[in-house]
Design a protein around this ligand. Structure first.
Ligand SMILES: Cc1cc2nc3c(=O)[nH]c(=O)nc-3n(C[C@H](O)[C@H](O)[C@H](O)COP(=O)(O)OP(=O)(O)OC[C@H]3O[C@@H](n4cnc5c(N)ncnc54)[C@H](O)[C@@H]3O)c2cc1C
Ligand SMILES: *[C@@H]1O[C@H](CO)[C@@H](O)[C@H](O)[C@H]1NC(C)=O
Length: 467
């Protein structure tokens, strides 16, 4: 590709003077997508990453249909190719041994949307490769240590970093400047504390195991296994492999797995060096008024990984953000006020999708990891509701897949599940016509169940309404 003189000048400014329109910190899911989107709009981009080696963590294996279509919109659809990724047609939920299939529902053109699953590290490498071949991006392997802020108007001007010389292992300080600095340094963000008032809450941990050649009960599906243990997720991440979960697992999880998967799970438990656990965090989104800077991706907003929604939120955020910051709307990122205004719009406009996925993930996890009688009732109610099929199955599945972006519909299904559970509790408590004298007890139990449902979801709804 031949470059025009202004592109050559921009590249020189990035390489020699470490200056660009936008400095992106972190070449992960959000950072790569954002760098690519801005570069395609003609911006000059510096993408800074601590380690360009292929990541090995298990932290994002299933991409929902709503995330895949955002990825394609960004022109990055090819990144899921050539990595032995697997098509995902929907979910299978196995509750105390009983399976229910939940395919992604047909859209208005009678086509079923699909998601995909893969090795996270391979996917990240593909995203980085796409950025490396985009002439308006320069990727630098360097660890960002601080932001640089103007003392006169508190505008963030860029970042300070530490670069290791790979031959001598010497470290040297570097500085990178941009009209806009986007920080997307992930779940353990170093910069969040400084700029965002909220802190992530970690309520549970995630253990992962890679199963090899595991016969699946439902190929091309995300499999969720529920019982009296914590939820177990199985994703098929390559044509011959399935990534999944783990030591209390030998005693508790192993017996709950479908028989055909047990030998393979046992083998993985013996062979695999068990990777360290990952925290499952909750961090509600917040607006930021900083001049010249924004913190985005997992650094700004996180939800439980149960529903595999993080990357879908990230890619949809990039689609929206690059639209709000397009050169037609904001010709130059040096126009700080215009960028700040766009960031404020972004906070509210992203809610259609992100609120749905955030609340769904947190509420479902609360039900699925049930530890009291009312939550148990809601858990079996959820399962029975999904098993009814029709809209009871398709509605929640579209929300989960990021296909429908309507928070209102989520509340509708949530309260429908609560009422359905309440009815099931009434029926069970009374038992038969002769049980009519248990009526007051049934009323009491169902009030408690409904109350519990409200206690589960309301805090998450409120957390999304704050600026
Ligand atoms: C256990 C678990 C399972 C998950 N499963 C799924 C799933 O199945 N599907 C799904 O969609 N989502 C899943 N997620 C969520 C998903 O991983 C995140 O939402 C997504 O990776 C967020 O992208 P990000 O760019 O914000 O952060 P990351 O992808 O983590 O990227 C951050 C990048 O910044 C770099 N970095 C950090 N600090 C610095 C620094 N100081 N200087 C330079 N670079 C730095 C890091 O090296 C990294 O490359 C899961 C999350 C967890 C915890
Ligand atoms: C890179 O930026 C220039 C403007 O500097 C723009 O004309 C060009 O289309 C961009 N290149 C690509 C491949 O997007």
């Amino acid at each position: 590709m031949s470059l025009n003189p202004s592109q050559i000048a921009n590249e020189k400014r990035r390489l020699l003077h470490h200056e660009a329109d936008v400095v992106v910190v972190g070449a992960g899911i959000f950072g790569c997508a954002a760098a690519f989107a801005f570069a395609n709009q003609g911006r000059s981009v510096l993408l800074l990453e601590r380690s360009l080696e292929e990541p090995r963590r298990i932290v994002g294996e299933l991409l929902q249909p709503g995330g895949l279509s955002a990825l394609q919109k960004l022109g990055l659809g090819d990144c899921v190719k050539g990595i032995d990724s697997v098509r995902v047609d929907g979910y299978q939920i196995i509750y105390h041994g009983t399976p229910v299939d939940i395919p992604y529902p047909e859209n208005e053109h009678s086509k079923r949307p699909v998601g995909t699953s893969f090795h996270h590290g391979r996917f990240i490498s593909q995203l980085r490769r796409a950025c490396a071949s985009q002439p308006n991006i320069t990727i630098v392997e360097t660890e960002v240590t601080d932001t640089i802020t103007s003392t006169c108007n508190l505008q963030v001007l860029g970042v300070k970093s530490r670069t290791t010389n790979l031959e001598t292992s010497d470290k040297k300080e570097d500085y990178y400047f941009g009209d806009l600095t986007i920080i997307a340094d992930g779940y353990a963000s170093k910069f969040r504390k400084q700029y965002i008032k909220r802190a992530p809450v970690v309520k549970s941990k995630f253990y992962a195991l890679e199963l090899i050649d595991c016969p699946l009960t439902a190929p091309n599906h995300g499999i969720v296994i529920l019982g009296s243990h914590a939820p177990v997720l199985l994703y098929q991440i390559a044509s011959t492999k399935a990534g999944g979960v783990r030591s209390y697992f030998r005693k508790i999880v192993l017996p709950s797995l479908p028989l055909q998967m047990q030998p393979c799970f046992e083998k993985a438990l013996e062979d695999d060096k068990i990777p360290p656990s990952m925290p499952n965090s909750f961090l509600p989104p917040s607006t930021q008024g900083e001049k010249g800077m924004a913190i985005l991706g997992d650094a700004m907003n996180m939800r439980h990984p149960l529903t595999g929604g993080g990357m879908t939120v990230a890619f949809n955020d990039v689609v929206l953000l690059s639209d709000l910051l397009s050169p037609q709307r904001v010709p130059s990122f040096a126009d700080t006020a215009a960028v700040q205004k766009a960031m404020k719009d972004f906070h509210w406009k992203r809610k259609g999708l992100s609120t749905t996925i955030n609340i769904l993930a947190m509420a479902l996890y609360s039900l699925f990891a049930a530890n009291d009688r009312q939550l148990e009732a809601l858990k079996s109610g959820t399962f029975a509701y999904l098993a009814r099929g029709g809209n009871c199955r398709d509605g929640p599945c579209s929300l989960l897949g990021g296909i429908i972006k309507q928070p209102f519909l989520l509340s509708y299904h949530f309260f429908a599940v609560a009422l359905f559970s309440l009815w099931m509790v009434m029926r069970e408590t009374i038992g038969s016509v002769l049980g009519f004298w248990k009526f007051p007890l049934a009323i009491k139990e169902s009030v408690l169940v409904f109350w519990r449902a409200c206690v589960v979801i309301c805090p998450y709804i409120f957390s999304e309404m704050r600026p």
